[in-house]
Structures are given as C-alpha cells and as structure tokens.
Design a protein around this ligand. Structure first.
Ligand code: ZN
Ligand code: ZN
Length: 490
C-alpha cells in the first residue's frame, strides 16, 4: 500500500551526460585546475599592485617590512606553494575518481519530488487547525469561491479544480492529481536555491571548524608548532601568494583534506565543488594579500579578512585569531580573538624598524657604489614615501564597539604569543623579542615627537578607511593596562 495515496505522479526523465563547462577539459579536471588558476591570478593582481605601489594607504605593511621581517625568500615560497598544489591536485584526482559522473535531465523530476513533500506536509494542516478548534472543511467552503488555492491548502492539499493546476505529464489531463502552481514554484526554489545554499553553508562551517581546531592545536602543541606550522609563520608580513606557504604535511591536512571533507559532507556535485574550491582559494589569498582595500568585497563579507589574519601573523598576536578562512565564530565563541587593544604603536614600530634596516642597507650599497653614475639619479630611499603614507594607517581612532574582555585576558594572550616565539628556535627565538622591544620603545618616542603624524592620522579616517576598523574589530582604543597604543602615550 502507498503510504501517501493520491499524490500527483512524478515525471519520467532521461539522463544525459553533462557536457564539460569548458570543452575539451572535463569538469573534474577543471575543478582541480580552477583553484590553481584563481590562486596565481589573484596573487598576481596583488603583486602588481604591490610592485607598482598602487594604494599605499591601504597597505597593512610597508615594502621595507616585507623585505626585512620575513624569514623566507619569495622563491622558496613559490616552490613550496607549487609542491602543495601538486599534492592537492593528486589528492583531488583520486577523490574525483570515486565520484559519480555528472548527468542532467533529472531536474524536473527532483523538483516534483520536493513538490510531493510539500503536498505531504500540507496534509497535516486540517489536523493542526482542529487542535486549535478550527474547522478546516468549513473554512475552505467559505473561501472556496474567492480563494480556491487557499481553500485547497486548508483542506490539506485538496484542490477541487484541475484547471488551476500545472500538469506534470500529458496523462494528468484525464483526471490524475496534479501540482498547484505555487507548490511547483516553492519546490523549484527549494531545489535550486535553498538546498545549494545549505550545502555551501555546511561546507563553510566544516572547513572553518576543521581549520580552527587543527590550526589551534598547531599553536598549542610545541612539537606540532616547531615541526610543521612555524613554517607558515616565517611570513611575519604575509603577501598574497604566501597564503599556501606551508609545510607540505600541514598543507595536506588543513587545506586539502579540510576542503575535501567539507565537499563530501555537503554532498556537492562537481560544479558546486568547482565554485567552493575556487571561492575558498580566493578567500585565503585575499586574507594574506597584505591589503585592506575598501572596495574589495572579500574584505567585507565577514569580519575575517586581511587585517584580522594579519594580527595572527605578528609575533605579539600569534596566539590569537586562529579562525580561517571564512568566519570568526570559533575565535569569538572560544575566546581566542585578539583582545590586546589598539595595535597602532605595534604596527608603527614594525614599520620604522624595517625602514631603518632598509635604509642602513641602502647606505651600505650607496657607499660601495658612490662613484657609480646612477647614484645621483636614483632616489636613495625609495620607500620613504610609502612609509609616510602608510604610517597614517594604523592610527585611525578605533571606536570602543566591543564588550570589555575579562581583566588579564590581553596579558595572557601576550604571554602566550611571547612563549610561542621563544619556543621556535629556528624562525623565532629571544632575539626577535629583544629587537622588537627595543624598536617599540623607539616607535613610541617617535610618535610622541611627531604630532603631525597623529594629526594626519585623524584625517585619513575621513577617507573612509573602513578596512582598518575591520582589521582589529575588538580594539579597546589602548585603554587597558599594559597595552601599548598611540592614545596610551598621550
Ligand atoms: Zn598560525
Ligand atoms: Zn596565514
């Protein structure tokens, strides 16, 4: 016996193999190639902006910092990223072989299945109305003439007139029940919009969860950190194509496996996977770009953006802001979001120190080449302007928009971060902290001596520099004890 009698029949369907989106490349291969193309093309856009020095006001760090503070060469970064992409492609290929081939032609059938589910759900309506003392039959009779559709819904999906229905097959004309127009429209919306949105939502939550806990574990366990994850943190000043600069094992575990599992759990098809893998790649490149461009949509979709992740790449914020790549809910929920307040002086310190080191190198070079002809024509300090433009950037007043964190929280985060750097003998060590402490002292007196810079800084907030406010969303404006901020030095 049919559990649900009198349901409209489902249409017949014929499956046809789905032609490739970009012939002759099969979709499964395109799914593996697109993320790599996305990675390098977006990276090259940022690299071009960087080398042409466009938008220096939106830089998180100066070019001098990129060259002075990072502990890995650009060539090594490119090499390791390519290794990760080879692994990622190989794993994706194996995963793709376990996937069924894609067909089309079943869409109307699937929509009709949803329409049937809607019809079944309608059947509980008369019973529900009876519970609250309403007579569905009587109501339907009164409404029947003016609102026949509504009357049908009230009666649990019983539509007296077939003329109001959309036939799903030629036989429905001879008295078979059919679907109401609204049922098919709702079913289409569920099939084409609601279900895919839920799939993407689930995949995003899975990736964020996977990455958060593994990433945090990498920072909590000393062996994991020094063996694997410290490599990614050789980039104190991230740039776009450094996004996937990882130890190969970490790259496989966090990125490749994380997105692969999310794809499987969300039950995505090949083309959905194409969008998901490519989108995730764009997001992670954007978050490492080093630019908080106000017109970059990826910077505004969530509070996890370049500024947010940049804090995690700093020696003082390394034990905070673990969430990646989409949302920040795990950091907020588990209290690992940066609470150390205004970061202006820290960023300023980093800029000045890098600039000093850069200038010292330049002077050395110009002494050696003092007789060369072009030393007079070339600007000896090509990054001076960048520095001046960029120092306006960190001092934008940040409103106290967030609830105050518990007392001592910032100190704990600072101590944890300090310990992490000390534990990392190879890429960190006490030297890094000693240098930074000295440089920070200098930066503070520099800021005190240069009121013009502070005045300029307020001006730059008029430029609508939203990126900065997003950068450190929990900034406390440097009020808490032990926090070094521009305001603290007033
Ligand atoms: Zn990390
Ligand atoms: Zn990173």
């Amino acid at each position: 016996m049919d559990a649900f009698p009198n349901l409209p029949p489902l249409p017949v369907y014929h499956l046809t193999p789905l032609p490739p989106l970009l012939p002759p490349i099969p979709d499964k291969l395109l799914t593996l190639l697109l993320p790599i193309a996305a990675y390098w093309s977006l990276s090259m856009v940022f690299h071009w902006i960087d080398t042409k020095n466009y938008f220096p006001q939106y830089r998180l760090h100066t070019p001098a910092e990129v060259s002075k503070r990072n502990r890995v060469s650009r060539w090594e970064v490119v090499r390791d990223v390519l290794i990760q992409q080879v692994v990622q492609t190989a794993v994706g290929w194996v995963l793709g072989m376990t996937e069924p081939d894609d067909y089309f032609g079943k869409e109307q059938y699937d929509v009709a299945v949803w329409a049937r589910r809607i019809r079944i759900a309608e059947r509980i309506i008369p019973g529900m109305l009876a519970i609250v003392g309403l007579d569905a039959g009587g109501l339907a009779k009164n409404l029947g003439a003016s609102h026949p559709m509504l009357a049908g819904v009230l009666q649990g999906g019983r539509y007296p007139s077939f003329e109001n229905m959309i036939a799903v097959s030629s036989v429905s004309k001879v008295g078979m029940p059919g679907f109401a127009g609204w049922e098919l429209m709702l079913a289409s919306a569920i099939y084409w919009v609601v279900v895919p949105a839920l799939q993407f939502g689930l995949a995003i939550v899975v990736v964020d969860t996977w990455q958060y806990f593994l990433h945090r574990a990498m920072h909590m366990n000393k062996w994991l950190y020094t063996t694997f994850h410290s490599r990614h943190h050789r980039l104190y000043v991230p740039y776009a194509y450094g996004a996937l600069y990882n130890h190969p094992f970490e790259g496989f575990l966090l990125d490749t496996l994380g997105t692969g599992i999310a794809y499987k759990l969300a039950g995505m098809n090949t083309r959905q996977g194409m969008v998901f893998f490519t989108g995730s790649t764009f997001k992670t490149v954007d978050d490492h770009s080093g630019y908080a461009l106000p017109w970059d949509p990826l910077q505004h979709i969530t509070s996890n953006n370049a500024g947010y992740h940049d804090v995690h790449h700093q020696s003082w914020g390394i034990k905070t802001n673990f969430s990646q790549p989409f949302f920040t809910f795990w950091d907020r929920f588990l209290g690992t979001v940066w609470t150390g307040g205004d970061v202006s002086a820290r960023y300023e310190r980093s800029r000045l120190a890098a600039q000093k080191a850069f200038n010292a190198d330049e002077e050395k070079i110009s002494i050696t080449h003092s007789n060369s002809a072009d030393s007079t024509t070339q600007d000896p300090k090509p990054y001076e302007n960048d520095l001046r433009d960029a120092t306006d950037l960190p001092s934008v007043p940040i409103k106290n928009r967030q609830p105050q964190p518990p007392a001592g929280k910032a100190e704990l985060q600072a101590a944890g971060s300090r310990q992490q750097i000390l534990d990392d003998q190879k890429d960190g060590g006490p030297g890094v902290l000693a240098d930074e402490a000295y440089e920070e002292k200098e930066a503070r007196s520099y800021l005190r001596r240069s009121p013009r810079k502070r005045a300029n800084s307020t001006l730059s907030s008029k430029d609508g520099f939203k990126g900065l406010r997003d950068r450190v969303p929990t900034s406390m404006h440097g009020r808490a004890r032990g926090i070094i901020g521009v305001d603290g030095s007033r």
